[in-house]
Design a protein around this ligand. Structure first.
Ligand SMILES: Cc1ncc(COP(=O)(O)O)c(C=O)c1O
Length: 327
């Protein structure tokens, strides 16, 4: 029996597992299922809220009144944290990579502002000194008499990993309900925590399917290491007996394209196709890029022997609005 640490109940879970029959018929090959983590909430939708259920519980247990976190200008994690902070009565300070846009803010940044987060924008060169920026802001809030709590990029750490251990538990009952035994569980990997949690959870709940992270930035070696680090932190901080060294970490970094948050036209084509064929909305930075990558892998025959494949839809809807001129 797995004993989960305390969490806040913030996400709308369990999320549905749905087959994409029209798409699967059109491309041939395995039936593609989608775990609808884009439905974990409205403004807080996506994968981050699952991690934040555990991380924000820890923050509150530590007496925090101020959350400091970081990400790109269109970070889904920052948006979810800003909104959840408002929901919980916590101050939120966001350290964002990239200048404040000259035109009106849109997508996630617009929601960050609407939720009243304090936002500091840093040019990419200065953002590279991230640990120092965290330190400075933590000191700043302590000097004001506040109790700050830092959350790393994407809430990807030993505590955040529990969010996707919990999702794996849901998947075990989804698979039972639909009487399927998928050959693969794929997700977008951006900071590694979703993949770390799923990899742990797949083992703990006997999902009998490899977890594949489709990288949206960085290279495979980077994520091999990052996912391993998050799993190690989870094991040590929560005294888990699972032998994590024997768990394989599968990363595909072949579909990043021009770089983080940069998508070539074919990804927008996939986004349009999925929207029209299945009513499923993907985003160009994470879910669309990863899903497009998965479709390429299926089309070249890598999963010819698979009957069912699961894609975790990690959300990202608001990021689409920030790139709507590409559609
Ligand atoms: C919509 C979306 N999908 C996937 C990811 C990747 O998840 P992780 O950061 O846990 O690797 C992120 C964040 O990085 C995200 O915002």
């Amino acid at each position: 029996m797995i004993s989960f640490p305390n969490k806040l109940y913030l996400a709308q879970t369990p999320t549905p597992l749905q087959p994409l029959d029209r798409l699967s018929d059109a491309i041939g090959g395995p039936r593609i299922w989608v775990k609808r983590d884009d439905l974990t909430g409205c403004a807080i939708s996506g994968n981050k809220v699952r991690k934040l259920e555990f991380v924000l519980a820890q923050a509150i247990e530590n007496g925090a009144d101020t959350i400091i976190t970081c990400g790109g200008v269109q970070s889904n994690h920052c948006r979810a944290t800003a909104i959840l902070g408002a929901q919980l009565g916590l101050k939120v300070h966001l350290i964002l990579r990239g200048e404040e846009p000259e035109e009106k803010s849109s997508g996630n940044l617009f929601l960050d502002q609407l939720a009243g987060a304090t936002i500091s924008h840093y040019p990419v060169s200065e953002y590279q000194t991230l640990p120092k920026l965290f330190q400075q802001w933590e000191q700043h809030y302590r000097a004001l008499g506040n109790t700050p709590f830092p959350i790393p990029t994407g809430a990807s750490n030993g505590t955040g990993a529990w969010g996707y251990v919990a999702c794996a538990k849901e998947l075990a009952s989804d698979f039972q309900e639909h009487q399927i035994s998928p050959s693969l569980i794929a997700c977008a990997t951006g900071s590694g925590g979703t993949q770390a949690g799923l990899t742990l959870g797949a083992e703990l709940f006997n999902l009998a399917a490899p977890v594949l992270g489709i990288a949206v930035c960085d290279d495979a070696a980077y994520f091999q290491n990052k996912v391993r680090e998050d799993m190690k932190a989870w094991k040590t901080e929560y005294q888990q007996s699972l032998d994590i060294e024997q768990l394989a970490i599968h990363v595909n970094a072949e579909h990043i394209g021009p770089g983080y948050a940069k998508a070539p036209p074919e990804i927008f084509d996939t986004i349009k196709y999925l929207a029209k064929t299945e009513g499923l909305i993907l985003d160009p930075v994470y879910s669309g890029k990863a899903f497009h990558g998965l479709l390429q892998e299926i089309k070249v025959g890598h999963y010819n022997n698979a009957k069912d494949i699961v894609f975790i839809h990690t959300g990202g809807l608001f990021g689409l609005f920030a790139q709507r001129d590409q559609l």
